[in-house]
Design a binder for this molecule. Structure first.
Ligand code: 26V
Length: 747
């Protein structure tokens, strides 16, 4: 196919790799245009400030169903598709789980042949690029847009009105192809006036020139007033473009707008796109629909997904900012708030509080027809505690939609070896029919299959060793265990707990107690640029990495690899090679997690707390196939409400823990690290420890030791792997999207 396509250019054998890549790109784009668009009277619009789509060439070829054909053609000239990964930049349009979820969902929506588009922003530098300098995280702009990218510039333009000026938008599209199916689109809005040259040092820029800076960065630092206002500008710009698109498309299909809900349903991904509600109301009124009807229409076509219970992460904007930037929208928010205040005599459900602060989640809950959490436990906590006063008012609105991941990227693309093995035994239907994966369970006592699972894992581990050696100059020990914690850096995710275990292990080795098998501790995490403690934790991990990896007495037994600029591409390499998956958040704090599901699908065994989707994972695989430790969510919620936790009590009681904590400010650490940062972390753990690391430390160490001990029974371990792989079928995003469609979108 490719060779034919290239007939008019140079013969493929005479081309450089770069030239072949360009041809591959154009060829794949052409194949995509040959596919039809998914059409339907009613369309779902997925509004999200993030879409972490990952590289697209291989993914698109897989979904086109021509990956093997093209790869075979390349093999004839001694190449393979994976040789071209490095030529493509990874789009930097997301931050973590929430953005990757949006992308898995778009893949599943298209694969299930549902009509649904994504709506977001085209950030030129997206999320920062992370570099490590002097054992510290440094942020740089992430230039991902190329001339030959997947972005299609369209002629669609809308005027977005702010108080003192208007901006003209430009829509870019990325095609989203379903597996062996047709296409939907991801619409990314931008302004032509954006000026990349105003970024001076790292990620610093003048926050006041909106027409120049609007779409430069995802989540610009909002620790100051200018930053907060810029976020409001971004959010309103996104939803206003999206609302105008929805109305235009509905009118074209024959809607009279009174019946808009028959043409469009909006899924609001967290609170960032919440202003879609007042904006749609505003647009409908502009089109002649009266006050109450416009509110009713919008509430009947919008649905909201909550992704966190952490109060500091729930968006609240001072009224004055909204008044200053989008007064016509603020006016509608006031109207909605008055309506709420009239009806309910309960301050906890007000949209605007007594400090004149607008609670975006409250606006969502009142003005949508569906509110969902992202895992069973998370939804229970929302309805029974965090949002219980809302749940009382609207018992039927609250529902659960457990997250999921697409098998196309996280198995077929990331782990071709495992995909081939499973396909060999049960055929390849499971790629789109997740229930079929159950058939692989039949091989639970087949020693050949179990051996193959171990062999594949070993090969994937070797590949990762080579990659990390090349990229990080760290030489992992592939005969050892790969223990992996990859996720955004946050205190509640407790990378510091993992780190304390590593320190403990190191101190043990120094005192002569060596592990029976080498262990590689692999970390990947970015910290928000203004989140000081998170950056201090990264600093501590990097310092320990430098101490241990350079200590010849210890580095035979343990190694640390904190990889630079962890992203989707890196995840695709680490996940298939992982033995032990660290999911160790403080119970009740991780809404769901999705990395846990990806690792499970690739045969990693979870070491985790009963938090988020781990709870459901544990129910499916049973106690023998997952390692659970730590306080349960209800205990944690109680301790938090009593305010009774004091870390120093635990520190004083446990010598092993004390030594590990004290090591953070030891001479050895101060030699490679910065005193201020290390002392800040040390003090925080001893005096505050907001997410109760020390409370769970002992149990964590004991269970983790048991994991490493059990790893030695290789056949038993392989059985655990198989049980995990088979049960990961419940976490296919196809399953989640089926539920969203049946219960919310009704397309
Ligand atoms: C954001 C922030 C920003 C300010 C500092 C504190 C903080 C804490 C948490 C967050 C998370 C915001 C929402 C989010 O990304 N939630 C993630 O959504 C995933 C997809 O549903 C889910 O798997 C993760 O558990 C959840 O943390």
């Amino acid at each position: 196919m490719l060779t034919e396509y290239m007939e008019n250019t140079k013969p493929i054998k005479e081309c450089t790799k770069e030239e072949i890549f360009k041809e591959l790109l154009n060829f794949t784009k052409e194949q995509l245009t040959l596919r039809g668009e998914i059409e339907n009277k009613k369309k779902m619009y997925y509004f999200s400030s993030e879409f972490l789509i990952g590289k697209l060439l291989i993914n698109n070829l897989i979904n086109l169903g021509i990956y093997d054909k093209i790869n075979d053609e390349l093999t004839e000239i001694g190449l393979q598709l994976t040789d071209f990964e490095n030529f493509e930049n990874e789009p930097s349009l997301g931050n973590g789980g929430l953005g990757r979820l949006a992308s898995c969902f778009l893949d599943s929506v298209a694969t299930l042949n549902l009509c649904g588009d994504g709506v977001g922003l085209n950030y030129h530098f997206g999320l920062f690029k992370q570099k490590f300098e002097k054992n510290m995280q440094k942020e740089y702009k992430n230039e991902w847009i190329e001339n030959d990218s997947w972005l299609e510039k369209t002629d669609k333009k809308y005027t977005v009105k702010f108080k003192d000026f208007s901006l003209c938008s430009r829509m870019y599209d990325i095609k989203i192809i379903g597996y062996k199916g047709n296409c939907n689109r991801l619409h990314l809005f931008d302004v032509d006036t954006v000026d990349e040259s105003i970024v001076i040092d790292g990620i610093e820029f003048d926050k006041s020139e909106i027409e120049k800076n609007l779409t430069l960065f995802l989540y610009p630092d909002d620790s100051d007033k200018e930053g907060k206002k810029l976020r409001i500008y971004q959010q309103y710009f996104m939803v206003s473009c999206g609302a105008q698109l929805i109305i235009e498309e509905a009118l074209k299909k024959g809607s009279n707008l009174h019946n808009l809900k028959e043409y469009a349903v909006v899924q609001i991904n967290d609170t960032h796109p919440t202003m879609i509600i007042p904006e749609l109301i505003y647009q409908l009124r502009k089109n002649g629909i009266n006050k109450t009807e416009s509110i009713d229409i919008v509430a009947s076509m919008c649905a909201y997904t909550n992704h966190t219970i952490l109060s500091e992460a729930l968006e609240k904007w001072p009224s004055s900012y909204l008044k200053e930037i989008v007064p016509h929208i603020y006016e509608i928010i006031v109207e909605l708030d008055e309506y709420v205040k009239e009806k309910y005599n309960d301050e906890s459900v007000y949209i605007i509080d007594e400090n004149d602060t607008v609670h975006m989640a409250a606006l969502d809950i009142h003005c949508t027809f569906s509110v969902n959490g992202v895992a069973r436990l998370h939804t229970d906590i929302l309805t029974n505690s965090e949002l219980k006063n809302f749940a009382k008012i609207y018992p039927n609105k609250f529902n659960n939609k457990t997250n999921g991941i697409t098998f196309r990227r996280w198995l077929v693309k990331a782990n071709p070896r495992l995909t081939k093995l499973i396909s060999h035994y049960i055929g390849d239907d499971f790629i789109v029919n997740y229930e079929k994966l159950a058939d692989f369970g039949r091989y639970i006592n087949d020693t050949h299959v179990l051996d193959m699972l171990l062999k594949i894992k070993a090969e994937n581990k070797l590949e990762l060793q080579e990659y990390i050696l090349k990229n990080e100059k760290i030489n992992l020990m592939p005969e050892g265990i790969y223990d992996v914690q990859i996720k955004r850096l946050h205190e509640y995710k407790r990378q510091q707990l993992n780190l304390l275990y590593v320190i403990d292990k190191y101190l043990k080795i120094k005192s002569g107690k060596i592990p029976h098998r080498p262990i590689n501790f692999i970390f990947g995490a970015k910290a928000a640029p203004a989140y000081v403690l998170a950056k201090d934790i990264i600093h501590a991990i990097l310092c320990i990495q430098s101490i241990i990896n350079n200590d010849d007495e210890a580095n035979k037994y343990i190694k640390i690899a904190m990889v630079e600029n962890y992203n989707v591409t890196y995840a695709e390499r680490i996940i298939p090679a992982c033995d032990v998956s660290e999911q160790i958040s403080l119970a009740s704090k991780e809404a769901s997690g999705t990395g846990n599901m990806k690792l499970m699908l690739n045969g990693a065994i979870t070491l985790g707390t009963l938090d988020g989707a781990n709870v459901e994972m544990a129910q499916y695989v049973g106690n023998d196939n997952i390692y659970i430790f730590g306080r349960k969510s209800d205990e944690v919620i109680e301790i938090l409400s009593e305010k009774s936790y004091n870390p120093i009590d635990y520190y004083n009681k446990n010598k092993r823990m004390k030594s590990a904590v004290d090591f953070l400010v030891s001479d050895q650490m101060l030699k490679v690290g910065n005193r201020t940062n290390l002392e800040n972390l040390y003090k925080n753990i001893k005096e505050k420890d907001n997410f109760m690391t020390l409370l769970d430390f002992e149990d964590y160490c004991d269970v983790k030791d048991k994991v490493f001990y059990d790893y030695e029974n290789r056949l038993d371990w392989a059985r655990k792997m198989l049980v995990n792989i088979v049960n990961a079928r419940y976490f296919s995003s196809d399953a989640s999207i089926n539920n969203y469609n049946k219960e919310i979108w009704k397309l």
